[in-house]
Design a protein around this ligand. Structure first.
Ligand code: NAD
Ligand code: ZN
Length: 244
């Protein structure tokens, strides 16, 4: 990673007026929330394709809810980290839209306002009958029931094989099509169609910065790919490490 590239990325960010951000599980790794595919990922002991699908839920709703209850507990005990915080600060300076694949709600807890949650939010249940969203409380009953109509509720997340919430995704497309600069942080880039947002911004001439300790399918499309954690990368870009 050359200092010149870091300086170039920093200058591009400074110049940009409209910024679109896409975050994945990596941005929350330093808050102690495991990624699915990382070394400490859930997928080791629980294969997500066996749990995060409509079929799994139809087969064994209690098992699926127990997995979500375990993840709910991790998320509610976690705190946003400095990478979430710096993204909230960036929103004060730019016209910024933050699109996230995360279901942990940490961007909002860090103070970001313009957040599009593509995959829902693990701290809510959604009624299977009327669609009402309830906030889950620690120790919630399994399975939870709708506070409005009393029917069973499911996790308010997008499962494998389900489509994204259309209006939310359309807003994400608009933000990336409109951006001068796109920041792609901590996503493996294999979950479509979210990953295609980066390519869309690129096609529209945006400057692309990726932050990820590993190379991803998006790395070659990025103008600058910072091989760093979300926290290091955001610090280098924003807090201004004066050595480079
Ligand atoms: P992923 O688990 O597929 O990939 C995570 C990426 O983060 C990897 O590319 C990895 O190299 C990178 N990474 C690991 N540590 C990092 C760090 N400290 N800083 C920056 N990057 C780091 O996650 P994904 O691509 O976001 O998609 C998988 C799906 O899993 C998503 O749909 C999401 O809904 C779900 N998920 C969400 C959470 C959460 O809400 N926190 C956690 C796990 C999985
Ligand atoms: Zn209901």
């Amino acid at each position: 990673m050359s200092d010149a590239l870091i300086r170039e990325a920093r200058a591009a960010l400074k110049r940009a007026e409209r910024v679109a951000v896409l975050t994945g599980a990596g941005v929350s790794a330093e808050s102690g929330i495991p990624t699915f595919r990382g070394a400490e990922g859930f997928w080791r002991s629980y294969r997500p394709e066996d749990l995060a699908t409509p079929q799994a839920y139809a087969r064994d709703p209690i098992l699926v809810w127990e997995w979500y209850a375990m993840r709910f507990e991790i998320v509610t005990n976690a705190q946003p980290n400095r990478a979430h915080g710096l993204l909230a600060e960036l929103e004060q300076e730019k016209h910024l839209t933050l699109v996230t694949q995360n279901v942990d709600g940490l961007h909002k807890r860090a103070g970001s306002k313009s957040v599009l949650e593509l995959h829902g939010n693990i701290t809510q249940s959604r009624c299977e009958s009327c669609g009402y969203l309830d906030g889950l409380e620690p120790g919630f009953e399994i399975p939870p029931h709708c506070s409005r109509c009393g029917e069973r509720a499911r996790p308010n997340v997008v499962w494998f094989g389900e489509s994204l919430p259309q209006a939310t995704f359309q807003n994400a497309i608009n933000a990336f099509a409109d951006a001068d600069l796109a920041l792609i942080i901590g996503t493996s880039g294999v979950v479509e169609p979210a990953a295609s947002l980066a390519r869309l911004a690129k096609e529209q001439g945006a400057y692309i910065i990726e932050i990820n300790p590993e190379r991803t399918p998006l790395s070659s499309a990025a103008d600058t790919s910072l091989p760093m954690s979300a926290l290091e990368g955001m610090t280098v870009l924003m807090a201004g490490d004066e050595r480079v």
